[in-house]
Design a protein around this ligand. Structure first.
Ligand code: ZN
Ligand code: ZN
Ligand code: ZN
Length: 137
């Protein structure tokens, strides 16, 4: 199968992506010909800044730059509008219900009476009434 290759903007090295090699945030990592992650030798001169892209949760225009990394080394998404860190209103991460595998998520603002976060269904945002778990509720 042909691999799509492109040149590194900084050093011109021929790179490619592999859908199986992604960073923690789900982005494909540029790889060199020997499939090692590209650690660009020319990238240090100027802090790298990404193209503008849309937050997949709230559609706001954001970007990332090497100037803004969190303590754990992750790039912090910044608002294009004001260059402030993007605090996404819609950000959530889905996970599968352990019992029935339905995609669910939790929302810090949706708490049950005892202060626990309520599992919500990813599809519609309604509380997940698990058909397979008896412990729920
Ligand atoms: Zn490079
Ligand atoms: Zn957002
Ligand atoms: Zn369930």
């Amino acid at each position: 199968m042909a691999t799509y290759t492109f040149e590194c903007n900084d050093c011109g090295e021929e790179l490619h992506l592999d859908k199986n090699v992604v960073s923690k945030n789900g982005k494909k990592i540029p790889l060199e010909r020997d499939n090692r992650p590209h650690d660009c030798p020319d990238r240090e001169e100027e802090p790298w800044t990404s193209e503008t892209f849309n937050c997949k949760d709230c559609n706001a225009e954001i970007y990332v730059t090497d100037l803004h990394v969190s303590k754990n080394g992750k790039r912090v998404p910044l608002n294009v509008a004001n260059n402030e860190p993007h605090r996404c209103v819609n950000r959530r991460s889905n996970f599968a219900c352990k019992s029935c595998r339905t995609q669910i998520y939790v929302d810090d603002k949706r708490l049950s009476k005892n202060g626990k976060r309520i599992p919500l269904e990813a599809d519609n945002g309604y509380p997940h009434q698990c058909s397979k778990s008896e412990r729920f509720g």
